[in-house]
Design a protein around this ligand. Structure first.
Ligand SMILES: Nc1ncnc2c1ncn2[C@@H]1O[C@H](COP(=O)(O)OP(=O)(O)OP(=O)(O)O)[C@@H](O)[C@H]1O
Ligand SMILES: [Mg+2]
Length: 327
């Protein structure tokens, strides 16, 4: 089966005020299959959001794509013109961000916000636009679509606001949704409800998703595959059931050992610090030459300081970047 999105050797840096480039993504490659949910895990600073925005070229002004390719249906998005990108965003690939209250316009009714997205990407008549808006609301709010559609954002709960953002994201029938910590500000029951919404959309629309989170617990029973980022690189990637049950990279193991701490903080809306792997995972602060995780690794060997490991296949679908598995 052909992939819907193919990311090859994506390298992204940010330029400081002084003009110095520091790397945030250092060669990320993976494929997303139609209807597949990939969960992207990693601590703060590991490059998750940089990955999300790079894929649709929405980096801040000081962000630069240094190298790589992102193919969507055969077209390299990194080389697409602004007009082509405008066509692709929303209609083919949509982005959902963490904070629903910031992403919605405070003085527009929810229905109008979805209608505007539809109108921006297609030019149907007024009645077709209203009908499509109604359908989208019916899909996301089967119980009270009309009321939610007429509400202003402040009249909605956090979970309802996030559903309005999902409505915007799916309104134009994209084949890929990239969701950057879309449930992070919600309590755990609402988080679970939203995951169920995403799964339903996947079943109904064949939607593929890149679902970014720092919480591995959310991916169990939800993601098909898990991709673990550390210092802007993929350190492990494989079937979710395999990676979540028996992680192989020492970083993935450490990340999962910290789950109880994450559970304690769930619902507080706060980002969790990981107690077992203290330190900074941002690319720019890591040592060069050896394995980026070496200073924090409990299983380090002498080779880990000497050169960088590359991804090795543990099976046809499970890759890990660690010398322990190199033959
Ligand atoms: N606008 C920016 N300017 C300069 N550096 C940036 C900018 N945005 C991100 N970075 C740096 O790029 C690296 C990756 O950041 P990114 O926001 O992608 O991480 P993240 O995994 O999404 O973290 P979090 O879990 O906190 O959202 C970090 O070192 C960060 O400091
Ligand atoms: Mg982020």
């Amino acid at each position: 089966m052909a992939s819907v999105l193919e990311i090859q050797n994506l390298q992204v840096s940010y330029r400081s005020r002084e003009g110095i480039l520091s790397s945030a993504l250092a060669g990320v490659s993976f494929d997303l299959m139609p209807g597949e949910i990939i969960g992207v895990l990693g601590e703060s600073g590991s490059g998750k959001s940089t990955l999300a925005v790079s894929l649709v070229r929405l980096l801040p002004r000081n962000g630069e794509i240094i190298r790589g390719a992102v193919h969507f249906e055969g077209q390299d998005l990194l080389r697409a013109t602004p007009d082509e990108l405008q066509q692709i965003r929303g209609r083919c690939i949509s982005l959902i961000f963490q904070e629903p209250s910031l992403a919605l316009h405070p003085t527009l009714r929810a229905g109008e916000q979805v209608r505007q997205v539809l109108a921006a990407h297609s030019a149907p008549g007024k009645s077709a636009l209203n009908e499509r808006t109604r359908q989208v609301f019916a899909q996301l709010f089967p119980e009270d679509a009309d009321r939610i559609s007429r509400s202003y954002p402040h009249q909605l709960s956090g979970g309802q606001r996030q559903r309005v953002l999902i409505a915007q994201a799916i309104a134009c029938g994209p084949s890929v949704v990239i969701a950057d910590e879309p449930t992070a500000s919600l309590d755990s029951a609402t988080q679970m409800e939203l995951l169920a919404v995403f799964r339903t959309l996947r079943e109904r629309m064949g939607l593929a998703m890149i679902f970014i989170t720092h919480n591995p617990a959310l991916l169990s029973g939800f993601a098909d595959r898990v991709l673990v980022l550390y210092g802007g690189q993929v350190v492990e990637c494989g079937p979710a059931a395999t990676v979540l049950a028996s992680p192989r990279h020492p970083y993935t193991k450490a990340l999962f050992q910290s789950i109880p701490a994450i559970f304690e903080e769930r619902g507080s809306g706060r980002k969790t610090k990981l107690p077992v792997i203290l330190g900074d995972s941002a690319r720019s602060s890591l040592p060069r030459g050896g394995c980026p995780f070496e200073p924090r690794c409990t299983e380090r060997m002498s080779v880990c300081r000497e050169r960088e490991p590359s991804l090795v296949n543990l099976s046809a679908s499970h890759e890990v970047s660690c010398f322990k598995y190199e033959s």
